[in-house]
Design a protein. Structure first.
Length: 323
């Protein structure tokens, strides 16, 4: 089972103490993990034009005030939970990632920014930058969400599975995290895979007239059966990770749905009233500036619930410790 050991909570947004703080403390308590609360202050560069002395006094005052607020929170933390706090200067998403690189955090928790400006909607919000480029899992929580999750949805892609003997690393991470959280939250676990039949639209196109209706149906059915077989292998692998007793308790519900993942996952999450979607983001190599697959990005942009996004093993963030 996946256990977090070093959690980073971003103190950002209006309601982060009501939502992210409570859940991060609970996670740290349940996992016996260290928890660090970090606040980033991105002071305008124009302030520095007022003079080094004025800037130094002003920035020190702001930083100290923020540090005192965080200290008050950590002082009132539950006994037995090791909570530290830190205040840093700089743009939120690169500085958070640098902290992950420096201190080896295995989870970043943050409330979503639900008030994006037009520029952010066009060029990407700090949340989306974190999802694209943070090397560890990122848990973005909707503000004022439920204290306890009732339904968790794990989105997997079995097209990457090569055989039935070994589960792919990314799917394993997704299922481990989703099942572990479902157990701790006493919630339903739903597992979804969206499948499509490659070439079906071309086969059905009068322009090409490649084959008859029976052959098209057989071709589509073959691909459906292939994906269903892979999903069954995936569930057997999950049983091996969890034990059959745990599987019997969780009773995960499978959804093998024909359609594009960017349509199927948000639609099913809405239909099932999922409180959290656990999904992978696939890095693209060799294409500068692309660190998350288009499908994953489209899904994330359509979800109305909280999301826990996982990177594939071997992902290297473009953010470096050197500014």
């Amino acid at each position: 089972m996946k256990r977090f050991k070093n959690i980073l909570l971003v103190a950002d947004g209006t309601h982060w103490q009501d939502t992210a703080l409570q859940r991060a403390v609970s996670l740290a308590e349940n996992n016996q993990a260290d928890l660090t609360i970090i606040s980033t202050l991105n002071l305008p560069n124009t302030i520095k034009l007022q003079g080094d002395t004025v800037y130094s006094k002003l920035s020190s005052s702001i930083i100290n005030d923020c540090r005192n607020q965080l200290d008050e929170i950590t002082t009132n933390s539950p006994p037995g939970v090791n909570i530290k706090s830190k205040v840093i200067e700089g743009a939120i998403f690169p500085e958070i990632i640098r902290e992950v690189l420096r201190s080896g955090y295995d989870l970043v928790v943050k409330c979503t920014d639900e008030t994006h400006s037009l520029k952010e909607r066009i060029f990407g919000s700090p949340d989306m930058h974190l999802l694209r480029k943070c090397p560890c899992p990122v848990w973005l929580m909707k503000t004022k969400e439920k204290t306890k999750y009732q339904r968790i949805l794990a989105a997997v892609d079995v097209e990457q599975e090569k055989d039935g003997k070994k589960i792919s690393g990314l799917n394993q991470q997704i299922l481990e995290l989703a099942s572990s959280l479902a157990l701790s939250e006493f919630s339903e676990l739903h597992i979804v895979h969206a499948w499509t039949a490659w070439g079906e639209s071309l086969l059905n196109s009068p322009r090409f007239n490649l084959t008859n209706d029976g052959e098209v149906a057989a071709w589509v059915e073959k691909q459906r059966v292939d994906d269903e077989t892979k999903m069954n292998h995936l569930m057997k692998a999950l049983s091996g990770m969890l034990s059959q007793g745990t599987m019997d308790y969780l009773k995960p519900q499978l959804h093998i749905v024909k359609g594009k993942a960017h349509d199927v996952v948000p639609s099913l999450a809405s239909e099932k009233k999922a409180d959290l979607v656990v999904m992978g983001t696939v890095a693209r190599t060799g294409i500068p500036g692309f660190f998350m697959g288009n499908t994953a990005e489209n899904i994330l942009g359509s979800l109305k619930c909280s999301v826990l996004a996982v990177k594939p093993s071997g992902f290297i963030t473009p953010v470096t410790l050197e500014r």
